[in-house]
Every structure is written in structure tokens, then in C-alpha cells.
Write a protein that binds this ligand. Structure first.
Ligand SMILES: [Mg+2]
Length: 248
């Protein structure tokens, strides 16, 4: 079984868990505005308004946080919004299906994403999981569309888990430790993402961070001041990615 491959091959203290962000890291929308195109009708259907969604810069935020921010001042509590997480996810997926069936290509895998995931899967030191602001159903819809879903069989942390991304690494780590029956230290987790929030959530937990400047919103110069352990221009060179991971 994929999840137990590490057991025979590496001591637990050598293991590193790679916690992958999706948007801007593994996957990119084929055009600007895809996120708001599927989120706006979902909010209208569930809450009767999209609030100030169109004024928000949502990069690095969890879906729950985005909805809370969009609807701030509209009279909904965080608890009321969180309680509708499953319905939100259904509406998101319905939105994807609607746009895809209209011929919209929606998402592309970023250069090198597949090669890096294959390389780390084959390497005894690594397992991969997801740490993303996407609600889980949306996360896997996007990954299936670009053919990357099968790399992610371990539990992770998702956009419905918290309105604060800084909560997600501890949640992912607890789930992964329980699943693998291990007690891995925070420093054995590596958050890989494209925004300051990815770096901040790693630091909050005591994990390592790899920032990639392939997102639409943050250049390498934007990310550097947040002091990720590693800053990469892209995942395009799988060997180079493996070399930097080896030092973490
Ligand atoms: Mg991202």
C-alpha cells in the first residue's frame, strides 16, 4: 500500500512529509477570475449575496476564510458559514462541471509538478499530502482534472477545516501521524506553497517552508521578506527541487 511504503525503507526520524498547496503551486487556473466565477454563484445560492467577494485578494486564504471575509457585514456568523461547508463544496463542484462542460479549460498542471511528485513518491525519504485553502472536494476536482489526484492518498488539511491557514499544518500533522501511527516532529513537515500565508502557516507550526513564485499574485521578491527556508522560481527542474528538499 502506497501510504506504508516508508516503513520498510527509512527510519521514522528520516521521513519528511511534504504538504502541498494546490493553486499557484501544483496547478494554475487557465485564466484569471476562475475562482470568483465558481464562488460567486455558490455564495448567491447559499447566502443570497456574494458580499464583497469581488473586492477581495483571496490568495493564500482558506475557502472558509474567503467566504467569511466576503460576507462580513452581511449578518452571518463564522459558525453559520462553517455549517454550510459541505453545501459550499457541492456548489463549487457544480460550478466546475458547468464551466468545464461549456468548454472552459479551467486548470493546468504547472511545469514540473508531475515530475516532482513522481520523484518524491519514488524517494524513500518523502511522503506527500495536501495543505490547501481549497475545500476538499474542490481540491480533488482540480487535481483530477490535471491528472495529479492519485499522488494524494494520505489525509491532509483543507479549506473547510479553518478560517485561519495557520491552523492547517497542525491538523494535517495530527491526521498524518494518526494514519501512519507515528509521532513525527513539526520540523519533519515541509509546507510548499506560493503565498506569504503558506510560509506563515509553516512557521506557526514549526514546519519547514518552500516558497515557489509560480502563483499569480506573489513574485520571488514579494515572497523573500517572509523568509521561507527555500525560495524557488518554479518546480520545473525536478532534480533541483530534490536537491533543496534533501537539505530540509
Ligand atoms: Mg496557492
Amino acid at each position: 500500500m502506497k501510504d506504508e511504503k516508508w516503513e520498510a525503507r527509512v527510519a521514522p526520524e528520516e521521513l519528511r512529509v511534504l504538504l502541498w498547496d494546490i493553486d499557484g503551486t501544483l496547478v494554475r487556473s487557465a485564466r484569471r477570475g476562475v475562482f470568483k466565477d465558481y464562488t460567486t454563484p455558490a455564495l448567491l445560492a447559499l447566502f443570497g449575496t456574494a458580499g464583497r467577494l469581488h473586492d477581495l485578494n483571496v490568495s493564500g486564504m482558506t475557502d472558509l476564510q474567503i467566504v467569511c471575509e466576503a460576507l462580513r457585514g452581511e449578518g452571518f456568523t463564522t459558525e453559520q458559514i462553517a455549517a454550510r461547508g459541505a453545501e459550499l463544496c457541492e456548489h463549487f463542484v457544480a460550478g466546475f462541471e458547468r464551466m468545464a462542460s461549456a468548454g472552459d479549460s479551467l486548470y493546468l498542471a504547472l511545469p514540473g509538478a508531475r515530475a516532482v511528485l513522481e520523484a518524491v513518491e519514488a524517494h524513500p525519504r518523502y511522503v506527500s499530502s495536501l495543505l490547501t485553502g481549497n475545500v476538499q472536494g474542490a481540491a480533488f476536482w482540480k487535481l483530477r482534472l490535471v491528472g495529479l489526484a492519485d499522488f494524494f492518498t494520505l489525509p491532509g488539511a483543507f479549506g473547510e477545516d479553518s478560517h485561519d491557514r495557520r491552523d492547517l499544518p497542525a491538523l494535517a500533522a495530527a491526521r498524518i501521524n494518526a494514519h501512519l501511527r507515528l509521532d513525527l516532529a513539526p520540523s519533519q513537515f515541509v509546507v510548499i506553497g506560493d503565498t506569504p500565508n503558506d510560509i506563515a502557516c509553516a512557521k506557526h507550526f514549526g514546519a519547514r517552508s518552500v516558497a515557489v513564485s509560480t502563483g499569480r499574485t506573489h513574485s520571488a521578491a514579494d515572497l523573500r521578506p517572509y523568509q521561507p527556508d527555500v525560495l524557488l522560481d518554479s518546480l520545473a527542474d525536478a532534480e533541483a527541487v530534490l536537491r533543496v528538499l534533501d537539505k530540509l
